[in-house]
Design a protein around this ligand. Structure first.
Ligand code: FE2
Length: 350
């Protein structure tokens, strides 16, 4: 552990202990976070002279999200991957079998790089502006699973297996008629039952595939919830496998932050509030907290639109509550606003 002057910080360093300001109420960064330039700027804004840095290099390498890609390069890589997913999923529809080697190659050569790209979540948010379907959702969940998996200390082959589970989690939807999947109005009981069968259908499609059983189970159980409220089996607690617990967080986050036929996409801040308030009892708490803590750090410095239409930058979130839509922000004219004390909230990103 080393005490480093704020002016000497560089992106990629790993935070050695929680960084707290505002008389202990505001957590600027969480222990273990890998710092980026926006967060360094934020620490300078707060006038913090120095912070503790963890200089254990292997820990930094495990957690770091540091592939440099421009937005254009990311979008190109994303779209090339989508083309391959479309091709593979058509093969599944036609022949009833998943081209596993092709999917694994996609994970190893493309998706892992997308998941490790600096600014990946902002890029995903922009891409979501113009397209949303099962192909995009499958890739988004694979990428978000890769990010969360890294934050949860998955690495190497285990991380790649987890990403493959994310990529294939909704493969059973290929069995559900598009007229039901894309129906804008209320679903009949029969239609809803057909949708709720997709995790089991996915397991069936992969039953004979030569992949580890926990990938197949992760797919079957990705809509199960810890309190038994999920489907198809209503499993509880540890009856649900570790892979399904992680995939379900990535799945829910992507679903909330994407346009759907029945509603507009929400911001990452609203999605995190929903995870914290409505879904915390249902999702695995340790992974869910890991996701929220790391997202809190990740979102520091991002540009947002406030409910008065003005633009601002995120400076810090409160340490002791999980209200992500009411952080401390800095307006364009340099004024600090604590949204918990103002009649304002975040309504958009950009
Ligand atoms: Fe699903």
């Amino acid at each position: 552990m080393n005490l480093i002057f704020t002016q000497d910080l560089v992106p990629g360093m790993c935070i050695g202990g929680d960084v707290i300001a505002g008389d202990g109420f505001i957590k600027l960064l969480t222990q273990g976070a890998v710092i980026n330039q926006s967060q360094i700027d934020s620490l300078k804004n707060w006038g913090l002279p120095s912070i503790n840095i963890d200089d254990t290099t292997d820990k930094m390498q495990e957690k770091v999200i540091a592939v440099h890609m421009t937005k254009t390069e990311f979008t190109k890589g994303y779209n090339e991957t989508i083309d391959k997913i479309v091709h593979a999923f058509r093969h599944v529809k036609k022949f009833g079998e998943v081209p596993i080697a092709e999917m694994q190659e996609l994970v190893d050569q493309k998706i892992i790089l997308l998941a490790e790209t600096i600014g990946v979540l902002e890029h995903l948010h922009d891409i979501r502006c113009y397209s949303e379907n099962t192909f995009n959702h499958s890739l988004n969940v694979a990428i978000i699973t890769g990010i969360l998996g890294k934050w949860c200390n998955y690495k190497g082959t285990e991380l790649k297996k987890l990403i493959l589970t994310g990529l294939l989690h909704d493969i059973g939807k290929l069995v559900v008629p598009l007229s039901i999947l894309n129906k804008p109005g209320r679903l009949s009981d029969e239609e809803f039952a057909a949708i709720k069968k997709h995790p089991q259908d996915g397991y069936q499609v992969l039953k004979d595939a030569r992949i580890p059983e926990n990938i197949k189970l992760g797919i079957w159980q990705h809509h199960e919830r810890l309190d038994g409220s999920g489907y198809p089996l209503g499993l509880i607690g540890d009856e649900i496998c570790a892979e399904a617990k992680i995939i379900s967080i990535a799945d829910v986050y992507d679903a909330i932050t994407s346009d759907r036929v029945y509603r507009r996409k929400m911001t990452p801040f609203e999605a995190l509030d929903i995870l914290a308030d409505d879904l915390f009892e249902k999702l695995e708490p340790v992974s869910c907290l890991t996701f929220m803590d790391n997202m809190r750090d990740y979102l520091i410095g991002s540009s947002v639109i406030l409910s008065n239409g003005k633009k601002a930058k995120i400076i810090a979130f409160y340490a002791r509550d999980r209200c992500f839509t009411k952080p401390v922000v800095c307006t364009r004219n340099g004024k600090l606003l604590d949204l918990q004390k103002e009649k304002l909230c975040i309504t958009g990103v950009g």
